[in-house]
Design a protein around this ligand. Structure first.
Ligand code: DAH
Length: 351
C-alpha cells in the first residue's frame, strides 16, 4: 500500500470504529469492536506494518495520523465502557429501591404476666421501705421446709401442705418447697441481724387443681429481725404495705390463727379493694384475706443461728396469684397458667 491509500484506510477505520463503539450494547460487544478496529488483524494494524516501507516524510505524516486515530478510538471505547458501568449501577440501585413511604410493620411488644406485675409491685413497695430481696432453691429438704420452721414430726400441718417429693436416690428426702418460708432460715444463716428481706418465689403442692387452687403457685415472703421489734411493728408495716398496694384508705385486720413458725400468728385481711369494704361479689363480707403473718418463733430464730434472747422479728407470707386474681378480677386461677395469649394480651400495659 502507498501512503495515500494508508491515510484513506485510517480515515475509514476511524469512522467505522466510532460507529461500532456507539452501537455496542454490552461489554462483550465493546470488546469485539476493539478487536475489530485495533486488533492484530485489523486494517489499522496493516497500516502500521507498512509504515516501514514508506519514505521518511510519509512515514512521519502517516504515523502521526495513525497515532491520532488510535488515541481517538481508545478514548471512545473507554467512554462507552464507563457509560455502561454507570448504567449497570443505576439498574442495581433501581432494583434495590425501597419505598420509604410504605407503612411500617408494627412490632408487637410483649407484656408482663399478671403474677409478675403483682410480684414486682410487692417487692418494690418493700424495697422502698428498706428491705432487700432474697431468694432460695425450689428443691428443699425436710429440715428447711418443715423441721427448722417448728413443724413437729407427724404434725398435721405437714400433710396439709400436700408435699411433692423428689425422687433422687443419692439424696433421700428432697422435696419441692411448699412455701417460701424455708428461705427465712437460709437468709438468717447467710446474714447477720438486723435483717429486712422480701423473698419472692414459686412453690409447689400436690393439689387437686381447681379455680382457686394451683399446684404451682407463687408467694412473697417477708422477714424482719432486729432488736426490739414488736407486733405493732408488724401491723404498721402491713398497713403501710396495704395502702401502697391497694390505696390510701386501706384498713388491715388481723385474726389469730396458727402457723408453727410464728407466735402469735395471724391471718391478715385487707378491706376489699373492689368495693371498699361494703361487701361485694369478690369479697363477700368486705374483707379479703391476702396473707399470713406473725412474730417469728424463738425456735425458728435459733434454727437460723440468731439469739432469741436478743432479737425478735416478724414474718409474713403473701399469695401472689391470689392477689393477682382479686386485683384483676380473674375468675379462675388456672387462667394464669393456660398460656392463652388472648388472656395475657389483656394485661399489656397493665399496672
Ligand atoms: N408459709 C405459710 C404458707 O405457705 C404462709 C405464712 C404464714 C408465711 C405466716 C409467714 C407467716 O411468714 O408468718 O401457708
Amino acid at each position: 500500500m502507498d501512503p495515500q491509500e494508508a491515510l484513506a484506510i485510517l480515515e475509514r477505520e476511524r469512522a467505522r470504529g466510532f460507529d461500532l463503539v456507539v452501537r455496542a450494547e454490552t461489554p462483550e460487544a465493546i470488546r469485539d469492536a476493539e478487536i475489530a478496529v485495533l486488533g492484530r488483524k485489523a486494517p489499522y494494524s496493516e497500516v502500521q506494518r507498512s509504515l516501514g516501507s514508506f519514505g521518511e516524510e510519509d512515514r512521519k505524516a502517516v504515523g502521526r495520523v495513525a497515532n491520532e486515530v488510535r488515541g481517538a478510538l481508545e478514548a471512545a471505547i473507554e467512554a462507552r465502557r464507563a457509560e455502561m458501568a454507570a448504567a449497570e449501577e443505576a439498574r442495581l440501585l433501581e432494583a434495590d429501591r425501597v419505598d420509604v413511604t410504605l407503612p411500617g410493620r408494627r412490632l408487637r411488644p410483649g407484656s408482663l404476666h399478671p403474677v409478675t406485675i403483682v410480684e414486682r409491685q410487692v417487692v418494690e413497695i418493700f424495697t422502698r421501705m428498706g428491705y432487700r430481696v432474697a431468694e432460695g432453691p425450689e428443691i428443699e429438704d425436710d429440715w428447711y421446709n418443715y423441721a427448722s420452721l417448728n413443724f413437729p414430726p407427724d404434725h398435721p400441718a405437714r400433710s396439709m401442705h400436700d408435699t411433692l417429693y423428689v425422687d433422687v436416690p443419692a439424696h433421700p428426702g428432697l422435696l419441692l418447697r411448699t412455701h417460701t418460708s424455708p428461705v427465712q432460715i437460709r437468709t438468717m444463716q447467710a446474714q447477720e441481724p438486723p435483717l429486712y428481706v422480701v423473698i419472692p418465689g414459686r412453690c409447689y403442692r400436690h393439689e387437686e387443681v381447681d379455680p382457686t387452687h394451683l399446684a404451682v403457685f407463687h408467694q412473697v415472703e417477708g422477714l424482719a429481725i432486729d432488736e426490739g421489734l414488736s407486733f405493732s411493728d408488724l401491723k404498721g408495716t402491713l398497713e403501710a404495705f396495704a395502702r401502697a398496694m391497694f390505696g390510701p384508705g386501706q384498713q388491715v385486720r388481723l385474726n389469730p390463727t396458727y402457723f408453727p413458725f410464728v407466735e402469735p400468728g395471724a391471718e391478715v385481711e385487707v378491706s376489699c379493694f373492689k368495693c371498699g369494704g361494703e361487701g361485694c361479689r369478690v369479697c363477700g363480707n368486705g374483707w379479703i384475706e391476702i396473707l399470713g403473718a406473725g412474730m417469728v418463733h424463738p425456735v425458728v430464730l435459733e434454727a437460723g443461728g440468731y439469739d432469741p434472747e436478743r432479737y425478735t422479728g416478724f414474718a409474713f407470707g403473701l399469695g401472689t396469684d391470689r392477689v393477682a386474681m382479686l386485683r384483676y378480677g380473674i375468675p379462675d386461677l388456672r387462667m394464669l397458667q393456660d398460656g392463652d395469649v388472648r388472656f395475657l394480651e389483656a394485661f399489656a400495659g397493665a399496672i
